[in-house]
Design a protein around this ligand. Structure first.
Ligand code: NAG
Ligand code: NAG
Ligand code: NAG
Length: 286
């Protein structure tokens, strides 16, 4: 009995690791990476000495360490651009997720190490930002609110060149159950339903010379497909990428500072395969 049980166990282990490494290869030079090494521990995110992936200090409530904000979710497969040496990470928000004095928001967001507000490698030439998301059934969003989950914000914090949003948009009619990519004017350029369990993979190419934005998407482990043309968009103003959870309040015109947030929240978004590649000459990993 024992040898055969052992055999079944090791076959199962082999199958599991094979399932985790099915995905896409990154084809173009990576200029910024938010891919989390498989060996990384939650407490490694807390200090700059051990967090070689993200900014250890921002953007989050100053008194709450990343090790209490981030989780390693129990996903059954890694996202398309992760492999056996990288893993997914979940960003969560709770009642105490207040950055500085922004009492209207509940937010926690990752910034890739090496990204810079001015002069950084993420906002020049042609860049494609990649990310995958999956929902946590134990930490669902309240889609009565507007969420910003990934965006590029100008260096003077006056605008976002693009946003990836969920829930009820505050400034226009929208399908609250959809994931939406919005342009600098806040117009929805593409949307797709939020999947309860599947990975959803996005890529947005920002051409900082031609001022265009183009969206790519796929589900599960499928290859990305172009879902918009290269649309005109004002990409000026440099700035940084923000990845995570920003939940806006309801019932206010001053979303940063005031408004309603229910108490007792425990919500999250699972991320994988975060990186920015150089898409000069039309290079893109699909
Ligand atoms: C994943 O599973 C482990 C073991 O059951 C558990 O300790 C951990 O809290 C789970 N992670 C999440 C994010 O739920
Ligand atoms: C896994 O992904 C990382 C990050 O993209 C990459 O550096 C590494 O070469 C990949 N490993 C394999 C075996 O493909
Ligand atoms: C969702 O948010 C709205 C507005 O803040 C609130 O009234 C409602 O109770 C929330 N729903 C749940 C299920 O928490």
């Amino acid at each position: 009995m024992r040898p055969s049980l052992f055999l079944v166990g090791s076959l199962a282990a082999t199958a599991a690791s094979a399932a985790c490494s099915t995905g896409g290869a990154i084809k173009c030079p990576v200029v910024l990476s938010g891919q989390v090494p498989a060996s990384m521990q939650l407490t490694d995110f807390d200090t700059a000495a051990t967090n070689k992936v993200f900014n250890a200090g921002n953007v989050k409530a100053s008194g709450v360490p990343w090790s209490q904000i981030l989780r390693f979710p129990n996903v059954t497969t890694n996202s398309r651009f992760d492999n056996a040496s990288t893993k997914s990470v979940e960003v969560t928000i709770a009642d105490g997720s207040v950055f500085k004095t922004q009492y209207g928001f509940r937010r926690a967001g990752l910034q890739m190490l090496g990204d810079a507000n001015t002069g950084g490698p993420g906002a020049v030439g042609v860049r494609t930002v990649h990310w995958s998301v999956q929902q946590d059934p134990a930490r669902t969003l309240n889609l009565t609110h507007e969420y910003q989950n990934m965006w590029h914000e100008t260096a003077d914090y006056s605008a976002n060149q693009f946003d990836f949003k969920m829930g009820t948009l505050l400034d226009r009619a929208s399908d609250k159950n959809a994931m939406k990519i919005t342009n600098r004017k806040g117009e929805v350029v593409w949307s797709t339903p939020i999947e309860a369990t599947a990975w959803q993979n996005f890529a947005v190419t920002l051409d900082f010379d031609k001022n265009t934005l183009q969206v790519y998407y796929s589900k599960g482990l499928d290859a990305l497909k172009q879902v918009t043309a290269a649309l005109p968009n004002d990409n000026s103003g440099e700035g940084q990428y923000q990845i995570g959870m920003l939940k806006k309040p309801t019932g206010t015109d001053d979303v940063v500072n005031s408004g309603y947030q229910e108490s007792g929240i425990d919500e999250g978004q699972i991320y994988g395969g975060i990186f920015i590649e150089d898409s000069a000459g039309g290079c893109i990993s699909l």
